[in-house]
Structures are given as structure tokens and as C-alpha cells.
Design a protein around this ligand. Structure first.
Ligand code: SF4
Ligand code: SF4
Length: 453
């Protein structure tokens, strides 16, 4: 391995020595690691990566390009955490390793990469107004017909591969009206049972506005006031995963304050990646003398929407949905939050719905934040494995609770000629509730017409 000289910063964000020592090198995590399965290289396995991190912390290895590549190739899916009998917190170690690299290596990024990171992490994600403008621009791209034109076979072959890949990732965007309908406060219907906050997310309002709408309507129908604080910000997950821990802390502080002001009993999240991040705020801020206590209290009140409806089952009538459904576990729900059965129970509560057994449902789909952009080939290989298992059960609908996974599996479904739409589990509960009231089910996606409600 090349061992070029590079100063190694000893920051509070570097992988924790004690935590690194918890790995006993048993290798039980290896069969669950998607990058090890694809590449067959020990250094691209959890055990190998921990070994490398330890060598860096011990000063035996520098932050060489090869080291950075092994760390970069990790999906951060945390399947190794679920498998590990010693309780190694691999996700924390990985973020520490990336922060260490970032703090040492930031000045060496090529100018374009530096500019893109600056734009994404400082210019777009933390700024709701910029996000909103970007969302509207994408909507215009779709509504004006430019998108259709770009996808015309005569033009499509001239598009740069990266741009074509980005376009493929875009779902059919919901109309602006879905976003406009969501207010800062939605009162409880019927007997009031409490007050909850909803994390709106960065991607969800623009790509999957109907998911936020379904969440708000169901929470309200279940007797909860719903607050979506205007001062809430991006959860900071993408920042933390990319080693930008200080920016992530800044966003965490803003969110803790926003939801404290909203005086809510629970903070509901319908995006698994954001939920895992919010539940880790206490880790992120554990050195913060002022906020570590508040961060712990905040994290304890965060629930994935499926956990919430498991604790407070939906009390309204539900119509039959006679559909065969394949559920795919988002990594940051099943491994990051250890939420496995709750979404399945929520889906099984829908009359008529048949929940299919899918092989390796808890295996990563290759989305992993922006992994599919950073490592497109490996991401594709991992997606291919997922799609073969999904295609084998030939579902009417595929469902998963994270926007990145919805986009990635949506691409896979299209390429495999699967007619099954990819929706969020909360949408299915909402459709059953709408149908019970004699209201139409959204029929945007192909295949939904086969529903019997
Ligand atoms: S987080 Fe996922 S990809 Fe990374 S080492 Fe663990 S199992 Fe492998
Ligand atoms: S991370 Fe856990 S499962 Fe994997 S080698 Fe270390 S101790 Fe064993």
C-alpha cells in the first residue's frame, strides 16, 4: 500500500481508540458486507477497515490514497453493526475516519471537487430557500418538456454519462401544490392524543411531497397535532457521512432548538437516513458542554414513522388493498436504528395486503447517500443483486422508507422492466385510509390501477 506522507490530525472526530479496540477480529461481520461480497478484498470488509483505522490511529499508516479509497468504498450501510457480537459501532468509526481524512486532506481536493463540496454542504443543503429554488427549477425542467426532450433517443446519446445518470435518478416530481398544502401546524382530528413534530427533510418535499402529506394526514387523523417548524434544517446526515462533522453539528443545534420551541412530545421522521442521524445527535454533540444533555433528550424522542404507528396504531378505518407487496429494509432503519419489525407490522395491519418474503431484504441497494454518484459501477453491481431478488417475487408494489432507496430501486425497477411502483410504506397506509373514506387513491404510478380498495 502506498504510504505517502500526510500529517494525521488528532481531533475529537478521529476514530475513537477504545471503540477500535472493541473489534476482536472474529470476522462474523464479513458475510453481511456488500463491498466485501462484491470485491472480495479484506481491506474492503468491516474487519479490514477497522484494522486500517487502527493502524492510522497508532501512527503506523498515513492517510494514503489507498487508505482513503478503502474508506470511501464503504457504503456506511452498518450491516456489520447488526452482525457484530462485540457491539462495535462501525458507523461512528467510519464517520470519524472520514472526518479525519477531510480535516487533513481538504486543502488537497481538486478545485472542482472543492467547489462542489462547498456548494452542496454550505450553499444548498443548509439553506431552505436555496433548496426551494432548486426544487422549483427541477419542477420547471420537468413541466416545460425540456426533460422529455433530453430523453428523446436522438438527443439522449449526446448527453454526458453523469448528467444522464442524474436525470435517470429523478422521479416524476409531485406538483408544487402538494408542498403548498403542508402547513406549519395541522391540528389533531377527533379526540386529541398529543403533539408531534415532523422533520420535513431536504429531498422529501420536492421528490416525494406525497409522503410528507400522507404522514401529516395520518398523524392528524390519529389524534395528534402536527408541527413542521419553519426553522428546522437539513438533518446533517450527508455532511456527517462526508466527514463535515462541524457543519453537521451546526445543523443539529438548529434542529434541537427548532423542535424545542415547537414543544412536541415526539419527533417523527419518514426518511430512514435522517432518522438515524437525529437519533445520533447525542453522539455528535457529546463534547458540547451546553447542549449534550438537550441532544440526548432530543434523540430519545425521535421515532421513525413506522415506530410511531406501532406504538399508537392507526385508529381510523382501513379499506382492503389487495396487493402483493415487497418490503425492502432501508439500511439506516434496520441497521442504523434497529427497526425491523415495525414497518412490517404496519403493513400487515392493512387488510388484504400480502407481504412477500424477499431474499436479502436487509442488504444495501447501493444508494447510500451519494454513493451511486461517487462509485457508480459498484453501486450498480449492488443494485443488480437487489433487483434480482425483487424481480423473483414479482410484486405489485415495492415499498421502502427512505428517499434515496426509493430513487435507487425505482431506477432498478425501470431497468428490469418491473411495473411495480416504488412507494413509501406510509403511502400504503394512507391509501387504505383514503379508500375507506371513499376517496380516490393517487394513481400517479403505473400499476396502482390494479389496486382493489
Ligand atoms: S458499513 Fe456496510 S459496506 Fe461498510 S464495512 Fe460495514 S457492512 Fe461493509
Ligand atoms: S467488527 Fe465485530 S464482527 Fe466484525 S470482526 Fe470486529 S468484532 Fe468481529
Amino acid at each position: 500500500m502506498a504510504n505517502s506522507v500526510m500529517p494525521i490530525p488528532r481531533t475529537t472526530d478521529a476514530p475513537d481508540e477504545q471503540r477500535l479496540m472493541e473489534c476482536v477480529h472474529c470476522g462474523l461481520c464479513l458475510p453481511t458486507c456488500p463491498t466485501y461480497a462484491e470485491l472480495g478484498v479484506e481491506m474492503d470488509s468491516p474487519r479490514g477497515r477497522i484494522y486500517l483505522m487502527r493502524a492510522v490511529v497508532d501512527g503506523k499508516l498515513s492517510l494514503s490514497e489507498s487508505y482513503q479509497q478503502h474508506i470511501s468504498l464503504c457504503l456506511g450501510c452498518r450491516a456489520c453493526e447488526t452482525a457484530c457480537p462485540s457491539g462495535v459501532k462501525f458507523g461512528q468509526l467510519l464517520e470519524g475516519a472520514r472526518a479525519q481524512i477531510e480535516q487533513a486532506d481538504a486543502p488537497r481536493h481538486p478545485p472542482l471537487a472543492k467547489w462542489l463540496r462547498l456548494l452542496a454542504f454550505k450553499g444548498i443543503l443548509p439553506r431552505p430557500l436555496v433548496l426551494s429554488l432548486l426544487g422549483n427549477a427541477l419542477l420547471l425542467y420537468q413541466a416545460s418538456g425540456v426533460r422529455t426532450l433530453m430523453n428523446h433517443p436522438a438527443l439522449a446519446r449526446w448527453l454526458p454519462a453523469r448528467l444522464a445518470a442524474l436525470d435517470r435518478m429523478l422521479p416524476a416530481l409531485p406538483k408544487r401544490s402538494v408542498r403548498a398544502r403542508l402547513r406549519e401546524f395541522t391540528p389533531a382530528q377527533g379526540e386529541r392524543r398529543g403533539r408531534v413534530g415532523l422533520l420535513a427533510g431536504c429531498v422529501m418535499p420536492f421528490f416525494f411531497g406525497q409522503v410528507n402529506e400522507a404522514t401529516v394526514q395520518l398523524l392528524s387523523a390519529n389524534g395528534f397535532d402536527v408541527v413542521m417548524p419553519r426553522t428546522q434544517r437539513c438533518c446533517g446526515a450527508l455532511h456527517a457521512h462526508a466527514g463535515e462533522r462541524e457543519d453537521a453539528r451546526h445543523l443539529a443545534r438548529q434542529n434541537i432548538e427548532a423542535f424545542a420551541e415547537a414543544r412536541v412530545d415526539w419527533i417523527i421522521v419518514n426518511a430512514a437516513g435522517c432518522g438515524a442521524m437525529l437519533k445520533d445527535y447525542h453522539e455528535l454533540l457529546h463534547h458540547d458542554a451546553l447542549l449534550s444533555g438537550a441532544a440526548k433528550q432530543f434523540s430519545e424522542r425521535v421515532l421513525d414513522v413506522s415506530q410511531f404507528f406501532d406504538r399508537f396504531p392507526f385508529r381510523g378505518p382501513l379499506a382492503e388493498l389487495r396487493i402483493r407487496v415487497a418490503y425492502d429494509d432501508p439500511c439506516h432503519l434496520v441497521h442504523g436504528q434497529r427497526v425491523r419489525e415495525e414497518p412490517r407490522r404496519m403493513l400487515r395491519a392493512i387488510p388484504g395486503l400480502e407481504l412477500l418474503e424477499v431474499r436479502e431484504a436487509d442488504w444495501c441497494c447501493g444508494s447510500a447517500g451519494i454513493y451511486n454518484l461517487l462509485h457508480p459501477e459498484l453501486s450498480r453491481q449492488i443494485l443488480e443483486r437487489k433487483m434480482q431478488h425483487l424481480a423473483a417475487v414479482n410484486p405489485d408494489v415495492i415499498t421502502t422508507g427512505n428517499p434515496g432507496c426509493m430513487l435507487q430501486i425505482g431506477i432498478g425497477a425501470k431497468e428490469h422492466g418491473l411495473a411495480a411502483p416504488v412507494v413509501h410504506p406510509i403511502e400504503l397506509l394512507y391509501w387504505a385510509s383514503l379508500a375507506a373514506q371513499g376517496r380516490p387513491i393517487p394513481l400517479k404510478q403505473p400499476g396502482v390501477g390494479r389496486l382493489h380498495a
